[in-house]
Design a protein around this ligand. Structure first.
Ligand SMILES: [Zn+2]
Length: 76
């Protein structure tokens, strides 16, 4: 599943997934303007995994390493 996916559902049976919030909002607005009962569900991205990767300095460059992180190693 792509990260940040937004699923739009409508009472008329319409259902679609959008990678961009703007596209989802336009689809939602179009159905609401037509008098439908539309709603959307924004899938949450697992931000914790991404943050752990940054703190570990995965790319190896000093400017990418967070020295305040408990994952930081000073013996390189
Ligand atoms: Zn609709």
């Amino acid at each position: 599943m792509p990260s940040g996916e937004t699923v739009v559902q409508c009472s008329c049976g319409f259902e679609a997934a959008f990678d961009r919030l703007r596209d989802a909002r336009e689809a939602l607005a179009a159905h609401e303007e037509a008098g439908h009962d539309a709603d959307w569900d924004i899938q949450q991205v697992a931000g914790g995994v991404e943050q752990a990767g940054e703190e570990a300095g995965v790319c190896g460059r000093p400017e990418c390493t967070n020295e305040g992180s408990p994952l930081y190693r000073d013996d390189v």
